[in-house]
Design a protein around this ligand. Structure first.
Ligand code: IMP
Ligand code: MG
Length: 178
């Protein structure tokens, strides 16, 4: 195990089981529909890859980029969105797939962007929800796990572009930040 890991919060097995449940729930909630999954890069990439394979429906997969973090661990509240509009949102059943809902600022901005394009429906699926840090009024429709108020890495989540490849979600030791 990486020397900078303090504690594993969600193990590989726990995540696998939960992703299976989420996939089954989404499959039944959207039965008969053709969903558009929009992954928020980069943090979503592992979760989306696993989740999409547990959704037994026809679906289109697209990505957008959003970042409100530089190298630090505190949200600046300044969200940069990158999106190419070469895909239709109008009348689509859109499900945004995120790694973590923290302050909620990123998703609020995204939700606004997508809503303006008149989707048939718009829901949010997040692997982790950190409700303690919410600053915007936004709630996920699908949540993998409620996350304690700690900075976490792994399963797609990074600190300074590192640790995304850990197969579990963990908290780092203070030394990792120095
Ligand atoms: P929000 O706008 O504050 O909700 O921030 C959401 C984004 O911040 C997520 O998509 C993550 O990329 C990043 N983020 C928030 N908390 C963490 C964390 O604990 N670890 C890694 N990235 C985080
Ligand atoms: Mg990030």
């Amino acid at each position: 195990m990486n020397e900078y890991i303090k504690e594993v919060l969600f193990s590989e097995e726990a995540i696998r089981l939960r992703v299976e449940e989420l996939g089954a729930k989404i499959t039944s909630d959207y039965a008969g529909k053709d969903i558009l999954l929009i992954g928020v890069l980069k943090g979503c990439y592992v979760f989306l890859a696993d989740l999409a394979r547990r959704i037994e429906l026809d679906c289109e997969i697209r990505f957008i980029t959003a970042s409100s973090y530089g190298k630090g661990v505190i949200s600046s509240g300044d969200v940069r969105i990158g999106m190419d509009f070469d895909f239709e949102i109008e009348n689509r059943d859109v499900l945004i797939v995120e790694d973590i809902l923290d302050s909620g600022i990123t998703l609020t901005v995204l939700q606004g962007f997508i809503s303006k394009r008149n989707p048939a429906s718009l829901r949010i699926c997040t692997l982790l929800d950190k409700p303690a840090r919410r600053r915007a009024e936004i709630e996920p429709d699908y949540t993998g796990f409620e996350c304690p108020d700690e900075f976490v890495v792994g399963y797609g989540l990074d600190y300074a572009e590192r640790y995304r490849n850990l197969p579990f979600v963990a908290v780092l030791k203070p030394e990792a930040y120095s």
